[in-house]
Design a protein. Sequence first.
Length: 235
Amino acid sequence: MRRELERLLAIVPIEADAASYRRAVLEDNVLDKATGANREKTFNFLRRLYALDPQVCLFREMRRLSPFAMGDASLLMGLLAMAREPILRDCLNMVLKVPLGEGLGRAAFEAWVRAYAPGRYSEAMYVSFSHNLYASFFQIGYLGESIGTTRGRTRPRSGVASAVYAAFLDWLRGMSGVALLQGDYSRALELGADEHLAFLATAGRQGLLKAAYAGGVLELGFPGFLKDHEARLTP
C-alpha cells in the first residue's frame, strides 16, 4: 500500500498525531475510497503495516526522514514495513540471494512461503501470500521489468534517508560500528561499503545523525531519535 501511504504523508502534516491520520482517511477521505467500509479497511491495513502513530518510534522517525528522501521513498517505506511485518523481513533474505538481473517470479515466493510456514495455511492463502509478497518487493524496488512470467532482480534505489533509517533500525537492535553495515536493514540497501559510508557521511553533514569514520572505525549516533521512555536493545 505504498501509494496510499505516499499520498497520506503528502497531505497530513509531519507533526500530526495519530488521530489526524485516522481523520484524514475516514472523515476527509483523502484516499478517495468509494465507501465508508473501504475507508475503514484501508485505514486498518495502513495502521497495521505502518503504525501511523508518532508515538511509535519506527513510524515517527521514518516520517521525520521522509522529506529527505530523494528517489528512495519506496525503500524508506519498505524498511518500515519490514520492521513491522516479520514475513516481509524474512522473505527479504530469499530475495537478496537472487543475483541482480536474474529473473524472480511469483512461483518462487509461493515456494518460499510454503517452506516458511508449512501446513499452516490453506492452498488459496499460500497463493495469496505469494502474490502479495511478489507485489511488495516490486513496489519496494527489488524487482524490475517483466521477463515473461518473472521480473528481473534489481537493486532498490537508496539514498541518504533510507541509509539513515536502516542504520537506525539496526542500531535499535543493539548493533554499532562498522558491523552495523551488515545488519539486516542496512544490508537491505545492497550498497557497496564506500557508497554506504558516503550516504551516512552526507547525512551527518546534514545533521540527520552523528557520523564519523576514520581508520576503519565507524561511529554513529542518533540524538533525538528516541524519547525518554524509549530504549534500544542492549548490544
